[in-house]
Design a protein around this ligand. Sequence first.
Ligand code: SAM
Length: 259
Amino acid sequence: MLRELFTYLKTKASKEAKAFGHLYESIAIQEREKRCKSFWLPHRTKCKNFISSHLKLAKAFDRVLILGSGPLHEIPIDILSTTFRDVDLIDIVHLSETKNKYSHLKNIHFIEADITELEKKILHEKKIINQVPTFFQNQKYDLIISANLLTQLSYHLRNFLEKKAVPKLTDVELEKFCYQVSYDHYQYITGFQCPVILITDIETEFIGIHDELIDKQMPYLNFPLPAPKDSWLWNLAPRPEVSKDYSVRMKVAAFILNY
Ligand SMILES: C[S@@+](CC[C@H](N)C(=O)[O-])C[C@H]1O[C@@H](n2cnc3c(N)ncnc32)[C@H](O)[C@@H]1O
């Protein structure tokens, strides 16, 4: 607990990263990852292999943009660093542990930014705003990678709006907002003039102690996606990580867009 508090205090993060809970979550996930490392390894390996085996889609190897880079657990960063001249890593939080670990890779650039481009405005105006982001679209990239970010984007925004919006929002309004945030990210990444690798969860399953399916939840995705090139199960929280009664696993799918 003390170590987490120390990390929280010493990490340079934006007002929004703190206000929406991203910084707290990044630190908590880093701790959970230490407990779940072996369960998460197959998912990470799948992500890394999928990305590595599709780098050849790029027509040139000057610049790659990774959205949702976080602690780089799912990103084959050494391979990207040797394949591309520049590797731009975008996340609302990069902990110094991650930056220090890869400081020997001189062509990777950690950039802290809100990929929805909504947080500053919503924090200020406390109301629903939707828009397709434009960050980095005026720059030339050879490949875009959106790495397990799509379904996360609305999570903290929804929690914030649920508590703080004035006037109070209905569930229907909040759900509509969340679906739009996901779709705007999809429109954003497909707006680049280069191939896009999209990796995202598409379903969450709750599994009981006899390996029976208790419940299924769908993330905020209600627009047509192309057929995935690959998919797998991610053993996200085996019992008793979140409950002694059930485990949580996700279906993850990997797509190639703009190609
Ligand atoms: C499931 S994690 C992705 C992990 C990462 N791909 C890896 O290789 O370890 C989702 C990431 O999305 C980031 N994120 C969530 N909302 C964001 C936003 N609005 N802007 C930028 N990053 C965001 C989180 O900070 C977190 O690092």
